[in-house]
Every structure is written in C-alpha cells, then in structure tokens.
Design a protein around this ligand. Structure first.
Ligand code: ADP
Ligand SMILES: Cc1ncc(COP(=O)(O)OP(=O)(O)O)c(N)n1
Length: 278
C-alpha cells in the first residue's frame, strides 16, 4: 500500500487564493502530500490588495491544531501569517506539546501591497519564542532586516543576516531574493547550522504576477520535508516549483496575480533556468 504523507499549515486565509492557506494546500496537493490546516485569520484579499483582516482567537487556533495533530500522522508543519503575540504564544505552546518532526516558518509580516499581516509588537515573540523551534525559516529581505536588526543591501549583508538568524537556534535559513534589485536573477541563499551553504539562482521572470510566491515556496519545502526529503533537497525542489509557477503565470485579476500552482506537474521542459551555486 502506498504511504500517504500529511502536512499541516498554520496560516491566514487569502480569499483570492494566491497566498496563505489556499496557496499552501494547493502546493501540498501538487507535490503529492495530503494537506491539513489551522486558520489564524481570515483576510478579504484579491490581486489588488488586502481589504480586511479578521484574526481568530488564539484558543480557536489551538483547537484546530490539536484536532489535526491528535488524528493525522503529520510529518511536517508550516507556519505563515500568525498576526498577533497571543496567536504566536499559543502556537509555540501547542507545537512544543506535539514536537513537530519538521517545522518550516515563513515569517510573514507585510503583504506586497503594504498591508500588515503581523502586528509590530509580535515580531519579538516570533523571533525569540517561535524561531528556536524551527527546522527552516524562509524570510524575504524586508523580513530578514527586521528579524536580524540590520539593513541588507549587499551579498555580504545577506550572509551576515543569515548568520544572525542562525543564532536564534533554527537549523537552517533560506534568505529569499525576490525583493533584491537584480534584473537578471532571483537568487536565494541557504545556510544551515551545520555549515552547509549554497545559493539557488534562477532567471528573474519579469512579471507583475508574483502574489503568494513566498507562501508557495515555503509550502513546497514543507511538502518535500513531509515526504522525508532532507532540508537541502526540499529547498532545491521548492525553487524549481516556484520558478515554474511564476513562469507559467495565469494572469488573473487586475493587480498582482497569483502564480500557477499546477504548472510543475505538467512542465515538460527540464528546469534548467535554476542553478546551484556552491
Ligand atoms: N520575478 C521572479 N522571478 C523568478 N523567481 C522569483 C521572482 N520573484 C520571486 N522569486 C522567487 O520566489 C521565491 C519567493 O521569494 P520572495 O518573492 O522574495 O518572497 P515573498 O513573497 O515572501 O516576498 C524565491 O525563491 C524567489 O527567488
Ligand atoms: C493570508 C496571507 N498570508 C500570507 C500572505 C503573504 O504572502 P506572500 O507569499 O509573502 O506574498 P505577497 O502577499 O507578498 O504577494 C498574504 N498575502 N496573505
């Protein structure tokens, strides 16, 4: 009998379906993993922006996590939008109880349109209480700046910020390069506490349809880790997955459209635009 792998995402809902819980579940499904979820907040959102944020009570988030963890053989957990100190503390408490095999933290803070998805006072709790539990964290550049407490402009800054983040106790950091001002490449840096370091470079796709790229990338890492892949393999697969999802964009909506979550399975060419740089 074929084994069914299960992942859990703890994140916010994006009514437009490009980011958040919806992106995570689509990505899990496409990578052959059964997806479960615990909602932290509902957002009224489309490709033009976030029009409303409605957080759940921390106890309601806890109930969902327990309902999933008490019944399903979850092998990897991802967190996305956590919104408040209360929710972060409850998630930390609950995750410590269940001792996740693999925990992937996407430290979601601000949506591309500028809407706040994490309250300012929650940044410290995220850093000090949640990050130490993580297998991998996947900050984009603005998130890494806030967490590491430094401005990032050069390749040296990126490495220094990754080193600072490793000091929080995480096993590995992926510094996502989507926000860097490089017209040719989108380059991510992987660094782990056991000294492994590499970059994944892909051709930069010139499109406005990049809504949910971060959620989709970290969900792809989570799916592979749920299947038992190493952190390094999972990150490489995720880079291929997000590259193809952006490249084969669906061009939906009037703003920043979603990526194409189903492109990876049917992509016929080899994904040679993504290269590993040691
Ligand atoms: N225009 C692009 N072309 C190719 N890859 C991209 C592009 N924008 C982002 N990526 C990739 O998508 C992933 C998510 O990165 P990023 O956009 O920085 O995250 P976030 O959505 O959290 O801000 C990374 O692997 C990054 O390199
Ligand atoms: C509900 C929800 N969660 C997370 C995000 C942020 O998603 P991200 O992948 O960082 O993409 P952008 O919003 O920056 O395009 C979100 N928007 N909504």
């Amino acid at each position: 009998m074929q084994m069914t792998f299960v992942a859990l995402t703890i994140a916010g809902s994006d009514s437009g379906g490009g980011a958040g819980i919806q992106a995570d579940l689509k990505t899990f499904q496409e990578l052959g993993v059964y997806g479960t979820s615990a909602l932290t907040a509902v957002t009224a959102q489309n490709t033009l922006g976030v029009h409303g944020v409605y957080p759940l009570k921390a106890s309601e988030v806890e109930k969902q996590i327990c309902a999933v963890m008490d019944d399903f053989p979850v092998t990897a957990i991802k967190t996305g939008m956590l919104f408040s100190v209360d929710i972060i503390r409850k998630v930390v408490h609950t995750l410590k109880h269940y001792q996740a095999q693999a925990l992937i933290i996407d430290p979601v803070m601000i949506a591309k349109g500028g809407a706040s998805l994490l309250q300012n006072e929650a940044i410290q709790a995220l850093k000090e209480e949640l990050l130490p539990l993580a297998s991998i964290i996947t900050p984009n550049i603005p998130e890494a700046e806030l967490l590491a407490g430094m401005k990032i402009t050069t390749a040296h800054d990126i490495e220094r910020a990754a080193e600072i983040l490793l000091e929080t106790g995480v096993d590995a950091v992926v510094m996502k390069g989507g926000h860097l001002d490089n017209q040719d490449f989108a380059e991510d840096l992987f660094m782990s506490s056991n000294g492994r370091k590499f970059k994944l470079r892909s051709e930069r796709i010139h499109t406005k349809d990049t809504h949910g790229t971060g959620c989709t990338f970290s969900a792809a890492i989570t799916a592979s880790m749920a299947k038992g892949k190493s952190m390094e393999e999972a990150v490489m697969i995720a880079k291929d997955y997000i590259h193809v999802a952006i490249k084969e964009g669906l061009h939906l909506g009037n703003g920043h459209g979603p990526t194409n979550h189903w492109a990876y399975q049917s992509y016929k060419g080899s994904i040679k635009e993504v290269v590993l740089l040691d």
